[in-house]
Design a protein around this ligand. Structure first.
Ligand code: NOJ
Length: 546
């Protein structure tokens, strides 16, 4: 199994949100030439593939998750020639470029939709989901958009409603139409032939929906469509595919990525994220951190996908808060806690994803006024929730804790005015803490966070036990510590981590006990886990015995 394992199981992934990564031309928006100029940073980190958030032509209502031409690049990001150069330059450094495939919906400015709304008998009409008004007038049913408000918008000209599970500028594509599916597969092949290393598939669990029956996620046609897509595009190509699937359960994950499934390499699953949300108000209401709950979910996924399927490992992405602010300490223990989170995540079984800036421990930004936010979701919910009586202060607290703009403030390259991100006015404020938290400063420190991540990527390539070993949890009910062991043949890695800013003393459980070599640690001087140990604030250690 280990000999024939696919390349992406040994790879460390890195997500780039292009708008906020590096701006080469001073317009305040990151771009592809900017990314190319930073490829050495990624190569040095040991990255195997990049998940590139959308760079396609787009009116940018949702920062590119609303595509108006799947075969072109947004001018603020560059040109197709820049994209080809990015693919080639990345490849020369051993890095694959994975495109974000946003095909549950397009932009309302896509030519398909422009045509579709011309008339009911336009050849593109059936590329989208249209319904008559309800018998008494109004929307066909009460489906709600993920960005708040009704999921149906009325089109005056043709007298019907169209479906949009996100913003009204993001009409849902009609996957029931074989012609639409063919057009998407052709477009995917066009990108694959250009040399991309695969796709990250945006909200892919929604494409099999049956909106009339109110079935949205995990609909009846989801897996047949994905198998068809696989056969038409991915089959026989050595690429990686990761499907964003908020609805995925462990059983469901195997339907996508199990050996027999023949669909995707892995899903991006969110059970560990959602367990930290308020039951009633979701992510908008901060909830105290519950390590036992988090471990329970992580373990459930490690165990369920032990023999088949494959996990994505991540703390953060462009829709989530910063890892160190959410799960660590973004004040006094920022550096050690960032390293602790890295060790705990990367030592699990799966492919780890680093979200840009995580490798220097970037933190949430604390906006003080709604005018500082840029995210369409946050702004929509602000309107809806304040109208429903939530106080501006409460809304701000929620948005500052879990809102998407936390992850979207510009990458902090150095201590200069705009953090080395742009020479112009950035499209969203740079976090003032860039004066101390930045790539240049971290690199200058031999004990920096980058060095820690680089080490983890190297270990992943070098150690079969890290990639393929079994996973056994320990201290599952401990509210402050996380512990697990990985085992393969005679090799064992034991991981023990303190998720608090206090020193915690614990008796090492028998199966976890080990002496050997610390291969990943954020404090010096521990090469065994035995008897009673005192773990320093946010200490994490992974010890290898062979
Ligand atoms: C999920 C993406 O990650 C998010 O950023 C986007 O807003 C929605 N899908 C809609 O495309």
């Amino acid at each position: 199994m280990t000999d024939h394992a696919p390349w992406w199981q040994a790879a460390t992934a890195y997500q780039i949100y292009p708008r906020s990564f590096c701006d080469s031309d001073g317009d305040g928006i990151g771009d592809i030439p900017g990314i190319i100029s930073k490829l050495d940073h990624l190569a040095d980190l040991g990255i195997g593939f990049v998940w590139l958030s959308p760079v396609y032509a787009s009116p940018m209502a949702d920062n590119g998750y609303d595509i108006s031409d799947y075969r072109d690049i947004a001018p603020e990001f560059g040109t197709l020639a820049d994209m080809d150069r990015l693919i080639a330059e990345a490849k020369a450094r051993g890095i694959g470029i994975v495109m974000d495939l946003v095909v549950n919906h397009s932009s309302d400015e896509h030519e398909w939709f422009r045509q579709a709304r011309e008339s009911r008998d336009n050849p593109y009409r059936d590329y989208y989901v249209w319904r008559d008004p309800a018998p008494g007038g109004g929307a066909p049913n009460d489906l709600q958009s993920n960005f708040g408000g009704p999921a149906w918008s009325y089109d005056e000209r043709t007298g019907q409603y169209y479906l949009h599970l996100f913003d009204r500028k993001q009409p849902d594509l009609n996957w029931q139409n074989p012609e639409l599916r063919r057009a998407i597969y052709d477009m995917m092949n066009w990108w694959l032939d250009r040399g991309v290393a695969g796709f990250r598939m945006d909200v892919i669990d929604l494409i099999g929906k049956d909106p009339d029956a109110g079935i949205i996620a995990d609909g009846p046609d989801l897996h047949p469509f994905l198998r068809e897509m696989h056969d038409a595009t991915l089959k026989g190509r050595d690429v990686v595919t990761v499907g964003e699937a908020w609805s995925a359960t462990t059983e469901g994950a195997l339907k996508y990525s199990g050996r027999e499934a023949g669909e995707l390499s892995m899903v991006f699953q969110f059970a560990h994220i959602v367990q930290g949300w308020d039951e009633k108000h979701g992510k908008w209401k901060p909830k105290p951190f519950d390590l036992v709950g988090l471990k329970r979910v992580l373990t459930e996924w490690q165990v369920a996908l032990a023999q088949d399927g494959w996990n994505s490992l991540f703390w953060s992405n462009h829709d989530l808060p910063r890892a160190v602010s959410k799960y660590g300490d973004d004040g006094r223990f920022r550096v050690v806690s960032a390293k602790m989170l890295a060790t705990v995540l990367h030592m699990m079984k799966g492919t780890p994803y680093i979200y840009q800036g995580e490798e220097i421990g970037m933190t949430n930004i604390r906006f003080t006024d709604i005018s500082q936010f840029r995210d369409i979701e946050t702004l929509n919910f602000h309107r809806i929730q304040t109208a429903a009586g939530v106080t501006p202060g409460d809304f701000l607290a929620g948005a500052n804790s879990n809102g998407r703009d936390n992850a979207r403030t510009p990458m902090q390259w150095d201590a200069s005015d705009q953090a080395g991100f742009t020479t112009g006015e950035p499209w969203i404020e740079v976090n003032p803490n860039h004066a101390t938290i930045n790539v240049a400063a971290d690199r200058a420190d031999p004990d920096g966070i980058i060095a820690h991540y680089r080490e983890l990527a190297g270990l992943r390539r070098a150690l079969p036990v890290m990639r393929h070993g079994d996973y056994t949890p320990y201290l599952e009910d401990h509210p402050k510590l996380m512990a697990y062991a990985r085992r393969l043949d005679d090799a064992q890695i034991s991981v023990l981590a303190n998720f608090t800013g206090e020193t915690v003393s614990a008796d090492v459980p028998e199966g976890l006990a080990v002496s050997g070599r610390a291969i990943s640690a954020n404090y010096p001087g521990r090469d065994a886990l035995k008897g009673t140990v005192e773990l320093r604030p946010y200490e994490a250690v992974a010890i290898l015995a062979e």
